[in-house]
Design a protein around this ligand. Structure first.
Ligand code: PEP
Ligand code: MG
Length: 591
């Protein structure tokens, strides 16, 4: 769209959450400190030592303040990390070493502190003890804070202190930070790294905040306070947009407004093709706060409740009762529409700080989801009991994530039976016929889909993971995002395998990965025989819009073409061509 012009800078990344916003940037990185060595005249040494000591006092105050806020907002455990920082600040050896350097080598305070801190960091990073190695990161953090104070750099990292609306720019945002963003103050965000299906991106979509990731070194290149325009449709961040660019985006806003009107008009209509094929269109949500959005956007219940978000961002594990209340509340609010509760999927890129899990080299291939739950039967039991109890509402279904083989399914089901037995004995009501489904998100599960289908009531393909595991392309890594291709023939064929196995065994097959919310791929998925699509509430309307303009026969022909094709780009191009022909207005905001 906008041409490069003087003053205007355009950065291109990966568009992960639709929408356009404008505002001042807030760069979430510690400003790079330029640590020059200066020789301090003899007469000013005492003053320099005092300056150093004052910076420590100031840093201590700031850390205590942050700690107090974290305790208040998130709980005592999350605030523990700051104890380590405070202890380091008070480490006499470290302080004395710095003062010695100032006095003996006439070094300026920032140079002296940085030199000593670096020595500590290197020593800590080199030891063979995971705990001490983590202290290197604490020291690094502390080094930044003290240098900020010595160099009078303002701390830009505290999201609690946002004074005005801004566009956040950072190296990365964790899913838990993203989940806590205040939509009124964070207009959008852009990060150096990340991918289309990282949980950070998924949450941005569910919050409806425009986001662009994979902008490489953006957080190093930009300053806070620049005026920017973030285009989450096309994946661009424009700094100092020219009048011409702003004008073009004004036109785009008009196009969007007219599309929004069309989408609103079908909100209460069913998701049915022109020739009468009904697709169940449901929503992916994180917690009870999303229920309103499910209803507002016209989704038919919930196809994926990511329960792990009840475990993240709090200071202790939610017990059976806490969970029961949330699940029941969601089920009751959406009755009679179904609510599919996915059992805990911690690990990968989602961690609960209070669980203190050891760092793994390959977290997506590691102790995650059902693997973690089966190894923590008490924790799993609490969740299963909570879901079973909520199933008394009668519209609850449950599914397991990351099933790789029959054993895991059998073990999980055995635990469910045990919980049912307990509840019966306690005379606690639950749905005896609770339907249990399996997420198919590991290639091994797709390849044994027939066996799984005989033991499940439905399938839901977690294509975010299925794609990453099949193509060996980390879903959060922008460097391999070019390999992360939903239209790769291997993926198309796997989806067909899954759907066919489900239908052969008399069960339905849905898709709840992010491709379910991409109107470009809707026709392909329907053509492959997918019965249900579950996507972020904010993208339900465009998917419904295109479904209502498709014909099943044409969708089947597209799927046939894709199953014969050897090229991801050829399949994508055909999908794109047909989607644009069926619903041109959906694509007018793309350049
Ligand atoms: C998926 O993998 O497609 C999925 C829906 O689950 P998650 O994104 O939470 O891993
Ligand atoms: Mg998954």
């Amino acid at each position: 769209m906008a041409a490069q012009s003087k003053g205007e800078r355009v950065f291109r990344g990966i568009a992960v959450s639709a929408g356009v916003c404008r505002g001042k940037t807030l760069v979430l990185h510690r400003a790079r400190h330029i640590i020059a060595r200066r020789e301090i005249p003899d007469g000013e040494i005492v003053q320099e030592v005092t300056r150093f000591e004052q910076s420590l006092v100031q840093t201590r105050k700031q850390i205590s303040e942050v700690q107090r806020k974290v305790v208040q907002n998130m709980g005592a455990k999350e605030a523990d990390i700051f104890d380590a920082h405070l202890l380091m600040l008070e480490d006499r050896m470290l302080v004395d070493e710095v003062i010695k350097l100032i006095r003996e080598q006439k070094a300026n305070a920032e140079y002296a502190f940085h030199t000593v801190a670096q020595r500590y960091i290197e020593a800590l990073a080199g030891v063979n003890d995971a705990y001490l190695r983590e202290r290197a990161a604490d020291m690094h953090d502390l080094n930044g804070r003290v240098l900020d104070n010595l160099l009078e750099v303002k701390d830009a990292f505290n999201l609690q202190h946002l004074a005005e609306p801004c566009i956040l720019i950072g190296h990365d945002l964790s899913p838990s930070t993203t989940a806590q963003l205040d939509k009124k103050l964070v207009l959008g965000f852009a990060t150096d790294i990340g991918g289309q299906t990282s949980h950070t991106a998924i949450i941005a979509r569910s919050l409806g905040i425009p986001a662009v990731v994979g902008l490489k070194t953006i957080s190093d290149e930009l300053q806070s306070g620049d005026y920017a325009l973030l285009d989450g449709y096309n994946g661009t961040l424009i700094i100092n947009p020219t009048d011409q660019t702003l004008f073009e985006y004004g036109q785009l806003a008009k196009i969007r407004a007219s599309l929004d009107e069309k989408l609103r008009a079908i909100q209460r209509q069913p998701a049915v093709t022109l020739d009468g094929k009904i697709i169940h269109l449901s929503a992916n949500i994180e917690d009870q706060n999303d229920v309103e959005s499910v209803i507002l956007h016209g989704a038919e219940g919930v196809g994926l409740l990511r329960t792990e978000f009840l475990f993240i961002n709090r200071d202790s594990l939610p017990g059976e009762e806490d969970q029961y209340k949330v699940y029941r509340q969601i089920a009751a609010a959406l009755k009679p529409q179904p609510v599919i509760i996915r059992t805990l999927d911690l690990g990968g890129d989602k961690f609960a700080s209070h669980l203190q899990l050891a760092k793994e080299l390959n977290p997506f291939l590691g102790w995650r989801a059902i693997r973690f739950c089966l190894a923590q039967p008490e924790l799993f039991r609490a969740q299963l009991r909570a879901i079973l109890r909520a199933s008394a509402e009668s519209n609850v279904k449950m599914m397991y994530p990351m099933i790789s083989g029959l054993d895991e399914l059998n073990q999980a089901n055995a635990l469910v039976e045990k919980c049912k037995g307990e509840l019966r004995a306690e005379k606690v009501p639950f749905d005896e016929n609770l339907e249990i489904g399996v997420m198919i998100e590991i290639p091994s599960a797709a390849l044994i889909a027939d066996s799984l289908a005989r033991r499940a009531k439905f399938f839901s393909s977690g294509t975010n993971d299925l794609i990453q595991y099949t193509l060996a392309a980390d879903r959060t890594n922008e460097r391999v995002s070019h390999l992360y291709e939903p239209t790769h023939p291997a993926i198309v064929r796997l989806i067909k395998t899954i759907v066919d196995a489900a239908h052969r065994n008399g069960i339905w097959a849905g898709v709840c990965g992010e491709i379910a919310g991409d109107p470009v791929l809707t026709q392909l998925l329907i053509g492959l025989g997918v019965d249900e699509l579950s996507a972020a509430p904010t993208v339900i309307a465009p998917v419904k819009y295109i479904i209502r303009r498709l014909k099943l026969d044409e969708a089947k022909a597209l799927a046939e073409f894709a199953l014969q094709s050897e090229s991801p780009t050829e399949i994508l191009a055909r999908c794109m061509e047909l989607a644009r022909a069926a619903a041109p207005s959906l694509f007018e905001s793309k350049t």
